[in-house]
Design a protein. Structure first.
Lengths: 468, 221
């Protein structure tokens, strides 16, 4: 049974009970009033009759005559003839019925003085009054009160008919009302089904302030949380898929070259120039793969393991980076400018910081034209933190690409990146290194003007006594 | 000689395709940029185009639009192996779709198939007065049919495809017989028989320590 039906039935039931009880109380109260009214009248008439018979008895006494039943019966007969319709009298004298009769099977001896009884015989209801008079006479007055009872029955029938109609109407109203009240529940049910089926953007938004509306708000709140979580999961799956897609793409290109050239070398005897070309291609593509796998491993390593950061003397990091990068810069015809030597100590990982500087410097060299300067930056900020980074005056990054350059395998100019042996992982790696140091990579770039990439590191006072 | 346009921004791969196709007797034009390729397409006509999809300038799909009105068949070469990429490529009207990494042998086969299907040749290999039909697998010399065993046919096909280049014995064996070469006698015997049947005693050269080589036309006296 549905909740709406239960609610409707309960409403109708309560209505029926209270309506019936109220109606009955009203009807019976009314009936009792009328009966009492009739009783007063009848009582008066009975008293009148009693008085008449008693005065007859008294007058007979005073005359000194012997009282006989016949005398009294004559008196009662006279009374009866003048009595209004529907009333009758009976006289019981000296244990004998001398006039009239009693309705039903009631015996004169059953009733005592000043008693009232209602007797039903067939369809007729009679009110029987009884009074003991002088000299063993007992007068009964019988009044027909059937009309009162009939009226009560008619009222009851009318009331029942009316109640039936009212209950029918109220049942319809209750059904509509309860349907309306439970509609939000049906909505909640339907929406939770839809959400379960995958439509995470569905909401209930039941208006109002009642419990159902509160439930709806909580439900919507929950659905929003679920949607967020699902979106988050989907995004991370998407990112992983994109990463794998980009990664396989990056693998396939050098693979094609390596397999193709190797196959050529092994199947036909090429002339020395071709041989040299093929060997070169294989070498460079394999180097590209090697660099790709190295960077990828580093990237995975960084994202998997928590680093233990210790004090690092930046001077050593700078020296190591300078040593590694000087040949690269010389080869590209770019001047590498180092910062002024000052002793800074930061919390970090020395190898990773060297990697960071080397990757950034390589990028800067690739972006620079011959004769330009690539500068490694290392200076304290006002708040005591150390700014470490690389600046160049090269081709810059288009503004719409700045936010994407740290995505793995994202390359602004793919063919240029390929030619210079880029894997598209350098900045992703730098970004991971920065995150591992609890900071972010800050990229400022203007197309055609140059790029400056920096990180901010927490400095710790150096033991050497130098001011940081 | 079929003219083939190669548009590929990976210079190494472009060179590789060029070297292999040139050896097989195709005339190749290599371009690394989509814009340049579009200009080139407007000025020249080609029998077939091999297009990378992701190109600087214009992408492969855009180049396909340039090539369609000219009726030039197109083979896409790409690292995108997702089914939807392939379907998109083929729906746009590409004749074939080659996924990196591919082997040169496979590329050759696709090129030949597409050329053959579009009625631009690729069916018959010719060397001197010998014609080899790769579809019906028959050989004629001076118009007369020649009876070759399947193995001999395979050997001849390999030699004709790599004309002028010395083929290593083991690779030749691997490609014709399949599997690794256990002894050299079988291959040498078949080459002898082939020479005799074709009358190419001096045209199929033995290259010392390497294998065999089919001479080019201009080298014969």
């Amino acid at each position: 049974m549905k909740f709406a039906q239960k609610l409707g039935c309960a409403m109708v039931l309560v209505l029926a009970v209270s309506f019936s009880a109220g109606g009955c109380a009203l009807l019976y109260g009314d009936f009792a009033d009328r009966l009492a009214e009739a009783d007063t009248q009848n009582q008066a008439q009975h008293s009148l009759a009693c008085y008449a018979v008693e005065s007859e008895i008294l007058s007979l006494y005073s005359l000194g005559d012997a009282i006989t039943g016949e005398d009294l019966a004559a008196q009662v007969e006279e009374l009866s003839s003048t009595a209004p319709e529907g009333s009758a009298f009976a006289l019981w004298y000296q244990n004998e019925m001398v006039w009239g009769e009693l309705p039903g099977d009631i015996l004169p001896a059953d009733m005592g003085s000043s008693q009232l009884r209602y007797i039903r015989t067939g369809d007729t209801v009679s009110a029987v009054y009884c009074s003991d008079l002088l000299d063993g006479a007992r007068l009964f007055s019988v009044f027909d009160v059937t009309s009162l009872y009939d009226a009560r029955t008619r009222s009851l029938l009318r009331f029942l008919t009316m109640e039936g109609v009212v209950l029918l109407c109220s049942a319809v109203v209750a059904a509509l009302l309860s349907r309306r009240m439970t509609r939000p529940l049906a909505l909640l049910n339907q929406v939770s089904g839809e959400i379960a089926a995958g439509a995470y953007d569905r909401r209930t938004a039941v208006p109002g302030n009642d419990e159902v509306a509160q439930l709806s708000r909580s439900f919507d709140h929950m659905a929003a949380a679920v949607e967020d979580k699902v979106a988050q999961l989907e995004l991370s799956v998407q990112q992983r898929d994109d990463f794998m897609g980009a990664f396989t793409h990056e693998l396939k290109t050098p693979m094609t070259s390596i397999i193709g050239y190797a196959d050529m070398l092994r199947s036909v005897q090429c002339d020395p120039d071709e041989q040299k070309e093929a060997a070169n291609a294989i070498f460079h593509e394999a180097k590209r793969l090697e660099s790709l796998s190295r960077k990828l491993l580093q990237l995975l390593h960084l994202s998997d393991e928590a680093l233990t950061l210790g004090p690092v003397e930046l001077e050593r990091v700078l020296a190591a980076a300078e040593k590694l990068m000087t040949p690269v810069c010389r080869k590209a015809g770019v001047t590498l400018r180092m910062p002024a030597r000052r002793a800074f100590t930061v919390r970090g990982d020395a190898d990773l910081l060297v990697d960071l500087l080397c990757n950034l410097t390589q990028n800067a060299v690739k972006a620079s034209h011959e004769g330009q300067i690539v500068e490694i930056l290392c200076r304290p900020r006002r708040d005591g933190a150390i700014l470490l980074g690389v600046a160049d005056a090269g081709i810059g990054i288009p503004s719409q690409a700045v936010s994407r350059v740290t995505e793995p395998f994202y390359m602004v100019d793919k063919s240029r990146a390929r030619k210079s042996g880029g894997s598209g992982l350098g900045l992703a790696l730098c970004s991971s290194i920065a995150r591992a140091h609890g900071t972010e990579l800050r990229i400022q770039s203007r197309e055609g003007r140059g790029t400056c990439v920096t990180v901010t590191l927490n400095s710790i006072p150096s033991q050497g006594g130098d001011t940081p | 000689m079929n003219r083939i346009l190669i548009v590929e921004d990976e210079t190494n791969i472009a060179r590789l395709i060029q070297m292999s196709l040139s050896r097989a007797g195709y005339s190749c034009t290599v371009l690394n940029d989509g814009m340049e390729a579009a200009n080139c397409i407007e000025q020249n006509s080609f029998d077939l185009a091999l297009l990378d999809i992701m190109l600087p300038g214009l992408d492969g799909y855009a180049l396909l639009e340039y090539l369609r009105p000219m009726g030039t068949p197109v083979i896409f070469i790409t690292a995108k192996s997702a089914l939807k990429d392939r379907v998109q490529g083929l729906r746009l009207g590409a004749d074939d779709y080659l996924v990196k990494p591919f082997e040169i042998e496979e590329l050759m086969a696709r090129v030949e198939t597409v050329l053959r299907r579009t009625g631009k040749g690729g069916r018959v290999l010719t060397a001197f007065d010998v014609e080899l039909d790769t579809v019906s697998r028959t050989v004629t010399k001076g118009g007369k049919p020649l009876d070759l065993t399947p193995l001999e046919f395979g050997l001849l096909e390999q030699l004709m495809r790599n004309r002028g280049a010395a083929l290593y014995r083991d690779v030749l064996y691997e490609r014709v017989w399949g599997g690794e070469m256990t002894e050299t006698r079988t291959l040498d015997l078949h080459i002898q028989r082939l020479r005799k049947k074709l009358g190419w005693q001096d045209r199929i050269e033995t290259v010392y320590k390497v294998g065999y080589r089919l001479k080019k036309e201009e080298e014969t006296p």
